[in-house]
Design a protein around this ligand. Sequence first.
Ligand code: PRT
Ligand code: ZN
Length: 283
Amino acid sequence: MLKIAIQAKGRLNEDTMRLLADAGIRASGGSRKLLTRAKGFPTDLLFLRDDDIPQAVAMGVADIGVVGLNEVLENDCRVEQVARLGFGACRLALAIPKGTPYTGLGWFDGRRVATSYPRILAGFFDSHDIRAEIHEIAGSVEVAPAVGMADAIFDIVSSGDTLVQNGLVEVETAVSSEAVLIATPGLPPDKRAELDKLRFRFDSVTASRGMKYVVMNLPRQAVERAVAILPGMKSPTVLPLADPAWAALHVVIRDDELWEKIEQLKEAGAEDILVVPLENIIR
Ligand code: PRT
Ligand code: ZN
């Protein structure tokens, strides 16, 4: 039976539990316990701090885990990266006090940079031949320049609001991160087979994220125009209606294009447009 390491609480916990639930897997004892048997798939859930997940998976304490790519890279553990999961997106970036004239990466030569990700930062500076002083601090990295502890910071950024609030400007991105599924290298065949099944479920859940199923009626002579409005997608399904002058069109549309496409389809003559959430796309 697979043991999955999951962040006990924090930013990735909710999205991870939702991914599991959408894949038909529920924690039977809730997420309050360290270890709990799951329902809907033969697996145990092990709730850990995110920093500990790469090592737990590398050691085989858990067979697989869900964690930010940033933690995998910083811990430099021997784990297999199985899949990107499409949530927890962020980047590791260098930021300097607002108003500082920035001349490019050479600016960091001889400067003090505060971070909780010293290993990733050292690798980034090395690859660019920059000699800077890296100061590892555990929390509130963004206040380090204001209190005189550092000239710059290297930290996780998502919206960028924290940098703005602290009078900092992002100048370089070193790594783009998101939640990833990791596995112990060399899993035995039975566990590998279970992981493949689980991955199939995760893939069908992530494929449907950001997509809607759209159903509409339209005059037969408008079908060609409607199909032309939906480029790049597999041919929509066109079904005859009882009235031979009309047809029904079914299509999957990405959320970011939804309203634009619907407006165009309406102009082409579409009526009774139903937008339905998509749970899974099984391929
Ligand atoms: O308790 P535990 O050790 O498990 O959790 P934690 O406190 O170490 O981590 P947590 O829960 O904060 O983050 C878990 C993971 O979420 C990280 O390892 C990243 O992979 C991912 N993630 C995504 C983020 C962010 N977005 C994020 N914005 N992690 C942290 N932040 C912080 C960042 O440190 C900064 O302080 O949010 C601030 C910046 O946010 P913006 O939106 O203002 O730019
Ligand atoms: Zn942590």
